[in-house]
Design a protein around this ligand. Structure first.
Ligand code: SAH
Length: 247
């Protein structure tokens, strides 16, 4: 069992089906089953009030394409009790509009989000989202990188994946692993050291991204560095430090 602090992601999208593979496999699936993360997928279309369930319309001032309407998004947030009051004074939740114009997502932001009780992600489509969503409903706009996607769904998945693995318990519990007993003292110290390194790495702390290799040692003449096969832990440690870079 985990330490009891579950995190909820609310995802507002017009294409909820895009998330089924992502949420139904490996880490996210396990995290959800273990109750460490909850994902509440909301189809924006179901909150449109007109009979055609319209979520987009033509832009004022003219121009190509369609713009996502403010009203259905407002309705979802209202149903979630997150509207009309936005710009959260209460710091344990955040409403984020995925947008190529937002601030750049980083590991630091992932760490900040992982401390929240809930993170609401609004996925745009088409030419974008009525600016009033950014101005009055979202706390911030977030971009996953300097390029344009067709929609916010893949961006929301990237954010959820980076954040979820930082929620305590998601990657297994390092505290309990640390407590495992080994017969030899040296081994115990080494296990502790490894656990700390793994934990630091998961948190994105420190320059721990060194190159990794696994079997075979020789693949068609592409060889694993000798030092990694040497069994000399001090040398291996030095090599890894030298080849590390910050996340
Ligand atoms: N016409 C807009 C692009 C809209 S792309 C412009 O030039 O700014 C449609 C939607 O995809 C956006 O509303 C946003 O939710 C999502 N999106 C596109 N690129 C993104 C990025 N780099 N990061 C996060 N979301 C993005």
């Amino acid at each position: 069992m985990h330490n009891g602090r579950a995190m909820t992601f609310h995802v507002l999208t017009t294409f909820p089906g895009m998330f089924s593979g992502f949420l139904g496999e490996t880490m996210m699936k396990r995290g959800i089953e273990a109750g460490i993360v909850h994902v509440n997928l909301v189809n924006i279309r179901e909150h449109a009030t007109d009979k055609h369930k319209t979520t987009d319309d033509t832009p004022y001032g003219g121009g190509p394409g369609m713009v996502m309407k403010v009203e259905p998004i407002f309705n979802v947030l209202k149903a979630l009790k997150k509207a009309p009051s936005s710009k959260h004074q209460i710091s344990n939740e955040r409403i984020v509009l995925l947008s190529p114009r937002g601030k750049q997502f980083t590991q630091q932001i992932a760490q900040e989000y992982a401390k929240l009780e809930s993170l609401t992600l609004i996925c745009g489509r088409y030419e974008g989202v009525d600016q009033r969503v950014a101005d009055h409903l979202a706390d911030e706009e977030l971009s996953i990188g300097p390029y344009i996607l067709s929609g916010g769904e893949v961006a929301a998945m990237a954010v959820m994946e980076a954040v979820a693995r930082l929620v305590p318990g998601f990657l297994g519990n390092p505290e309990s692993l640390r407590e495992e007993s080994f017969s030899a003292k040296g081994q115990r110290a080494e296990a502790r050291e490894n656990q700390r390194a793994l934990w630091a790495k998961a948190q994105g702390l420190g320059p721990t991204e060194y190159p990794q290799f696994t079997k075979p040692a020789d693949f068609h003449g592409w060889n694993v560095p000798d030092v990694l096969l040497s069994g000399d832990h001090a040398e291996i440690e030095r090599w890894r430090k030298k080849h590390s870079r910050a996340v």
